[in-house]
Design a protein around this ligand. Structure first.
Ligand SMILES: [Fe+2]
Length: 310
């Protein structure tokens, strides 16, 4: 499959309430690799196998949640074209200068109908995964065994109103496609869309919710179910508050744990899922079976999962 246009999730900027506590969590419990700190006090991290300079940025604030989520696009020409396409569709854009985020080129920012801010960018410094590009070792002992140690920041799930309008924007303008969706209890409206810009089951997902701009979770990819269980051990050792203990989703078939960072931002450690090609026909979940979509072991509609956001 030729991949053009929007390539992948690139970064999330997350608000934390206590920077020192958050730094300990993101460095040592989640085990991301810290790659920088800027003049405004933001700290930059990446998963050990990511090559770009960063994928997670944290900043201290008086409320938790997400400032923005960024996608890497193929090149500068693509960035310029996508900005024109957004404007033609009626979406206002703002240019954020190169360097405003460390080691990152110019970004095109816009607000989606759900109230979330998204960014597109074409350039971010490649720092590599520590193994080099010639005869690399499969993993780097300095980074791949420290804490939970995800491979990468993989996707996010966001809550807000007007998810149908977000779905239209992401599919018609940005080249995403719907891979799975969940019907609302009325059987007519859609309660959730899982969408991909790549070969993944989801690069982003939206759930209908009255409050705009809310974060449900940032997800971190692990290599195996055994690594998810190892993450569960580390979560327990560090008394990290857990939302859903290890299980499998029906939706996207991923294996998963949900827990919260010290500021109340939910995160997921997951692996598995499948790899849909562009001829994939979307999977539909009816609300009466959605418990199994969420937690395929118990079929339980976890109240906390459905209602707590940051
Ligand atoms: Fe997820």
């Amino acid at each position: 499959m030729a991949m053009t246009g929007v390539l992948r999730p690139g970064h999330a900027q997350i608000r934390v309430l206590d920077l020192e506590e958050a730094l300990h969590f993101y460095r040592n419990v989640l085990g991301l690799v810290e790659t920088g700190k800027d003049a405004t006090g933001r700290h930059y991290f990446k998963g050990w196998d990511e090559r770009d300079h960063h994928s997670v940025i944290i900043r201290q604030a008086d409320r938790a949640g997400i400032d923005f989520f960024g996608f890497r696009v193929l090149d500068v020409a693509t960035l310029n074209q996508l900005e024109k396409d957004l404007n033609a569709y009626g979406v206002k854009t703002e240019r954020i200068p190169a360097g405003e985020l460390l080691e990152t080129g110019e970004r095109v920012r816009f607000q989606a109908p759900t109230g979330h801010f998204f960014e597109l960018y074409a350039e971010k410094t490649h720092v590599g995964n520590g193994s080099g590009l010639v005869n690399p070792a499969p993993w780097n002992p300095k980074t791949a065994e420290h804490g939970i140690a995800p491979i990468r920041m993989d996707h996010c799930l966001l809550y807000g109103p007007n998810i149908q309008a977000n779905k239209d924007l992401f599919t018609k303008v940005l080249g995403f496609r719907v891979v799975e969706y969940v019907m609302a209890p009325d059987g007519e409206h859609t309660a959730a869309f899982f969408m991909s810009c790549s070969h993944k089951a989801h690069d982003i997902a939206f759930v209908e919710h009255p409050e705009p701009g809310k974060l449900h979770h940032i997800s971190y990819r692990l290599e195996s179910w055994e690594r998810v269980l190892r993450a569960a051990d580390i979560i327990g050792m560090n008394k990290v508050p857990v939302d859903i203990s290890p299980t499998r989703h029906g939706v996207t078939r991923g294996t998963t744990i949900y827990a919260w960072d010290p500021s109340g931002n939910r995160f997921e450690t997951f692996c598995g899922s499948y790899e849909p090609y562009p001829d994939w026909e979307p999977i539909k979940w009816t609300f009466d079976e959605f418990g199994y979509g969420l937690d395929h072991t118990t079929g339980k509609l976890h109240e906390s999962f459905l209602t707590i956001v940051s």
